[in-house]
Design a protein. Structure first.
Lengths: 349, 273
């Protein structure tokens, strides 16, 4: 049976639908996935539950193939498919059931947009007047919380640059535009600034079964430094980001692959006599190394990593649950231990 | 129920009441009190025997299969897996992963007086898995090579503590210091609602005498076998307690659970029953 998600056949193209939904700034990947999958159900010709679930799985796989970082996308897809599978089959006809499911899916997505407001409201009590907050990169839910707090309290915000994508600068623009004092901090200066900070606030790609956090690379670092400086580390996460993954370590993440942080394979070093000229460069045959590494020495005072170097670095990292103080979610303010209990209650059986 | 008490006493006389024994006996008593009064005696007995067989099948045999698969998925090519003494579940996980074609090596850590690791070593080596065998004091020397610690448990408690063969706690603490993930493979029938804080309040002692005579066949090492006398009492506790902060994950048949959330096992079980 032809897959509904095939774009070459001119039928329902789930990836195009997904991308169009994502044009809306407020949409996040998991929500867009849920809406795309609902749309897939509308267009589907499936006659039984089994076929429908299979089509949903195929649709989810199609979406995942197009993204380099599918973790939050995965969380949304799995949540929706579990919801569809566990939905009570009271309706007599399958068509009725399908319509009901689609309605539920769309209703969920609409409600889910309001989750960020709920979280912002929960966060409000934890922000005192004159709080100095440290955040990482750009997160829609953190933005919502900060803007909400700004209405009634005085806050100032440090945000890390978050290389290589530099999304921290975007956070700086948004906050400055509404009048919140904001300063961008080098990723390497987090430890330097930590003693000036009252608490750390980050968003999330996913919150996992262990109670840990998957977020833009640099979050783990920030959590470790916060712990060492005895500052609270709060994570904001909508409930559709709760994922059944259980990473045992950074290298157990689905986004990790052997090329990340790998060493280049260098040609064998030829034996050279020590340099007779007073050169600064080490005594290695320059031509051999340069050709393989494509290193072009820059003369400017600031150097940056080449695209090749950046590709060897991770996009996301894993923060252990013992480093996280609290997770703020639309289902409530949870300790990392409670996350696992919530996930078990949701998905078991 | 009166017929059960002498049987239970007999079992306890053979071996101190363990968490798993308690759970099984409690389950049996529950089934007995729940059985239909109007049922003819033989039918009731057959039904109970069936329930007992189901318990063994679901909570032990099938549970082991689920754990074998779940824990096996955590094993990647190139892993160096460390295990302590001999856990039947861990043995199954390692053999299963090897049969699936994963390339990994195993370090078996062993200690006196039981030296159970020797049996595990012979099973794994005959299956073709590359193994290294060390005694517990050598742990510090090789821990930097290890990528994953896989251990079994005698029981797990609601505060997340794991009660396992004496020496497991040392392995877990060492692994934690070196940021090596520690995974405990444990079926849910080993879960106890009690809280255990140390290994003194509840433990068992190894029997006296020459333990080497059982397995494998070695010469009786009389010179090493101490005996009690008026100034010397020998203490060989069989179990110790691993605190929850040294454990990364507990793999059960209802899912992979972080140690501090072990309390969610009854919730997950409730869904299945």
């Amino acid at each position: 049976m032809a897959s509904e998600a095939s774009s070459s056949k001119g039928e329902f193209d789930i990836y195009q639908t997904y991308r169009k939904i994502l044009d809306d700034e407020e949409m996040s990947p998991p929500l867009a996935a849920i809406l795309s999958l609902s749309q897939l159900m509308v267009e589907s010709n499936a006659g039984t539950m089994f076929e429908l679930v299979k089509e949903l799985h195929d649709g989810a796989e199609e979406l995942k193939r197009h993204t380099t970082n599918p973790i939050s996308l995965n969380a949304g897809c799995e949540l929706f498919i579990a919801f569809v599978t566990l939905f009570p089959h009271e309706s007599d006809s399958f068509a009725e059931l399908k319509t009901e499911l689609v309605k539920q899916g769309q209703k969920y997505a609409k409600e889910a947009i309001s989750y960020r407001n709920k979280i912002a409201e929960l966060m409000l009590d934890f922000i005192k007047d004159d709080s100095v907050i440290l955040t990482h990169s750009y997160s829609r839910v953190v933005m919502r919380a900060l803007l909400h707090a700004h209405k009634t309290k005085r806050i100032s915000v440090y945000v890390t640059e978050a290389r290589p994508r530099g999304l921290g600068v975007k956070t700086h623009e948004v906050l400055t535009a509404v009048g919140i004092p904001c300063t961008v901090v080098l990723d390497s200066a987090v430890a330097y600034v930590m003693d000036k900070v009252d608490f750390v606030l980050v968003g999330s790609e996913a919150v996992v079964e262990s109670g840990g956090l998957i977020n833009a690379v640099g979050s783990n670092q920030m959590a470790i430094i916060a712990k060492a400086a005895h500052k609270p580390f709060y994570a904001l996460a909508e409930s559709y980001k709760f994922h059944r993954l259980f990473p045992l370590s950074q290298y157990d993440l689905p986004t990790h692959n052997p090329s990340i942080l790998s060493f280049p394979s260098l040609p064998p070093r030829p034996f050279v006599t020590p340099p007779t000229t007073s050169g600064v460069s080490p005594p290695i045959a320059k031509s051999g190394i340069d050709e393989s590494l494509n290193v072009t020495p820059t003369s400017s005072s600031e150097r940056s990593m080449s695209a090749e170097m950046t590709a060897k670095n991770p996009d996301v990292d894993y923060t252990r649950p013992d480093l996280i103080s609290l997770v703020f979610s639309d289902v409530g303010i949870l300790t990392p231990e409670a996350i696992s209990q919530y996930l078990v209650a949701m998905f078991a059986g | 129920m009166t017929y059960l008490s002498p049987q239970i006493s007999h079992l306890v006389a053979a071996r101190p009441m363990s968490v798993t024994m308690g759970n099984a006996i409690r389950q049996l008593k529950l089934e007995i009190s729940g059985s239909d009064i109007d049922l003819p005696e033989q039918d009731a007995k057959d039904a109970l025997c069936q329930k007992i067989d189901n318990y063994i099948r679901d909570r032990i045999i099938i549970a082991d299969q689920v754990i074998e698969e779940t824990a096996g998925n955590k094993i990647k090519d190139g892993d160096v897996i460390l295990t302590y003494a001999r856990s039947s579940v861990v043995q199954k996980v390692l053999l299963g992963a090897h049969a699936e074609g994963r390339q990994f090596s195993v370090i078996v850590v062993d200690s006196r007086p039981m030296l159970e690791g020797k049996r595990l070593l012979s099973v794994l080596a005959s299956a073709g898995i590359q193994c290294t065998y060390i005694l517990l004091p050598a742990l510090g020397a090789i821990i930097t090579e290890v990528t994953l610690v896989l251990v079994g448990a005698h029981s797990i408690h609601s505060n997340g503590a794991v009660y396992s063969r004496a020496g497991t706690a040392l392995v877990a603490m060492m692994a934690k210091l070196h940021s090596v993930p520690v995974v405990v493979c444990c079926e849910t029938y080993k879960y106890s609602e009690t809280v255990q804080l140390d290994s003194f309040t509840k433990n068992e002692l190894a029997p006296q005498g020459d333990l080497f005579s059982s397995f494998p066949s070695v010469k009786a090492r009389d010179s090493l076998t101490l005996e009690n006398d008026e100034h010397l009492e020998i203490l060989n506790p069989l179990y110790d307690l691993t605190p929850p902060n040294c454990i990364t994950a507990v793999v059960t048949e209802v899912g992979v659970i972080p140690p501090n959330s072990i309390g969610s096992i009854p919730v997950a079980l409730g869904r299945l029953l």
